[in-house]
Ligand binder design. Structure first.
Ligand SMILES: Cc1ncc(COP(=O)(O)O)c(C=O)c1O
Length: 390
């Protein structure tokens, strides 16, 4: 896919121009939204050989190609596939690279539905699953077995935001011939360059910051050259393609993702620092805060931070957490983050086996949206007062 940008340009230039050459479609600045199942062939010979770029709606369209090209450009991957949700972007590569009697290592701080998939479908298929400490780093070598085929990472971890030492983990995994997968949803390729840190297969819940408006479900799976064919084979076999409108909306969202992320980054950091000073807050779990246990790794490997982090209420009970949540007026209670609006959710850590965390009170995850920071602070102050009054 022709674009007028190259890897020397800055991220915002690449976001603004990547994926579509307007002259390839009558000068229209945006790519067409191609609704298609059937693709026609000019004659029997071309049809028999499948000798044209597009052959069937499930195998890609100019719309899905436009989005895939932007992601490949930003991630530095050889190919990107679109799937109907971020969760599908997790499950498809695991199915592609794991077979019965294989072993997979998954970070214990993983997105909960990833764990549910591993504990149900992968276990049923005869794949052995081991959860590891997200802080393990190169120590992961000790957990690698002869049949370990995949090391699954997510950095920072869901809800508790541990940064993983991806280069050390990748080096150990590669030495043993295992594929390194990473759920890079939190940072996006703008703030963490996975492939440069040793990742082979990069997963995004594009539902979050890429789509950015809380109205689209979409996942992307990107792989480096040695791994793309295997990934694509299973993807094609599963028929797990995304719809054209969702692909287009996500492509559209990416045009402004850089400026939105910068706003999320600044507001979230300001609020996180401020929350550290507030009575009733025991701890703030934000990887770009100096107080976070993995701050040094974040500083070494990441170029920015986004809008999602957690707080630990100072002591207190579930009743206080509920009072906090119920008192919020601007923050709404909802799970799928990455949109324009601020959200809060209670965090559940009981299914963790290693990284249980020794938190002194209930954990609440916040997504800082695009609202004015002073309004959000006032809302949080009201919620802290409500928690205190229980
Ligand atoms: C880290 C992470 N990965 C994957 C997903 C799944 O995305 P989706 O909601 O599109 O299935 C989420 C959703 O919250 C997530 O937080």
């Amino acid at each position: 896919m022709t674009t007028s940008t190259n890897s020397k340009h800055g991220m915002n230039t690449r976001l603004a121009h990547g994926g579509h050459d307007p002259q390839s479609f009558h000068g229209f600045v945006n790519p067409p939204v191609v609704h298609a199942s059937t693709v026609l062939f000019p004659n029997a010979d071309v049809m028999r050989r499948g000798a044209q770029k597009y052959t069937y709606g499930t195998h890609g369209t100019p719309t899905s190609d436009a989005l895939a090209a932007v992601i490949d450009d930003l991630e530095g991957t050889a190919g990107t596939l679109l799937v109907p949700s971020g969760l599908a972007a997790v499950t498809v590569p695991l199915l592609a690279f794991l077979s019965s009697d294989d072993h997979v290592l998954i970070t214990d701080s993983v997105y909960r539905p990833t764990r549910r998939f591993a504990d149900t479908v992968l276990e049923r298929l005869g794949v052995a699953v081991t959860y590891y400490d997200p802080l393990i780093g190169g120590g992961i070598s000790a957990l690698i077995q002869p049949n370990t085929k995949v090391v699954f990472t997510e950095s920072p971890g869901s809800n508790t935001f541990e940064i993983q030492d991806i280069p050390a983990i990748a080096a150990a995994a590669h030495q043993a011939g295992a594929v390194v997968m990473m759920d890079n949803t939190w940072a996006t390729p703008l703030y963490f360059r996975s492939v440069e840190h040793g990742v082979d297969v990069v997963i995004h819940a594009a539902t979050k910051y890429p789509a950015g408006h809380s109205d689209v479900l979409l996942g992307t799976i990107s792989a480096t050259q040695p791994h793309f064919a295997k990934l694509e084979e299973t993807y094609t076999a599963l028929g797990m393609c995304a719809g054209p409108d969702d692909a287009y909306q996500t492509f559209r969202g990416m045009r402004t993702m850089g400026v939105r992320l910068e706003h999320h980054r600044k507001s979230a950091l300001e609020i996180a620092r401020w929350l550290e000073e507030q009575a009733g807050v025991g701890q703030v779990l934000h990887p770009a805060l100096e107080s976070h246990p993995t701050y040094d790794l974040w500083k070494r490997d990441f170029t920015g931070s986004t809008g999602v982090f957690s707080i630990v209420l100072d002591g207190g009970s579930t009743a206080q957490a509920d009072a906090f949540l119920d008192a919020l007026q601007i923050f709404a209670l909802g799970y799928s983050w990455g949109g324009f609006e601020s959200l809060a959710v209670p965090v559940f850590l009981e299914d963790r086996t290693v990284a249980k965390g020794d938190y002194a009170g209930p954990v609440i995850r916040l997504q800082i949206g695009l609202e004015d920071v002073e309004d959000l602070k006032a809302d949080l102050l009201g919620a802290l007062a409500a928690a205190k009054s229980v």
